[in-house]
Design a protein around this ligand. Sequence first.
Ligand SMILES: [Zn+2]
Ligand SMILES: [Zn+2]
Length: 164
Amino acid sequence: MDPSSFPTDGGCTCRRVRYRLLTQPMFVHCCHCRWCQRETGTAFALNALIEADRVLLLEGNVEVINTPSNSGKGQKISRCPQCRVAVWSNYAGAGDAIHFVRVGSLDNPDLLPPDIHIYTASRQPWVILPAGTPAVAEYYQRSKYWPAESLVRREAALASEVRT
Ligand SMILES: [Zn+2]
Ligand SMILES: [Zn+2]
């Protein structure tokens, strides 16, 4: 991804919710798990992981819906209260400090191709994964795949959440 493309904006379909990513995200997941397939109605979910305080709500507000998750710990999906399109999720693991922004809700989703494909064990068989992008059958060890700078950002985000 190109850092000079940020800040960049996104939002829901009815345009009541508009948000801005202040910087590039830490990492981008393409998740092929059955849960993401069901929740999106398609073959995978594309999530940009970014600190919550780097996502600025420009217009509107989000409705937070508690939703079951694969881990059993649940996820909070933030949706437009009017059109109900989801703009980001928060998972139990990283808590409220890290938003999983739905890349398809960006005005220019082409900016954020996946850094890794996960849960490829349940990948729909017609999806051909590109050579050159890491792919793992289930989850992965963060230290093996994330850029050092992103690991530092994540630690800082989690530490700030504990303080507040
Ligand atoms: Zn909307
Ligand atoms: Zn998934």
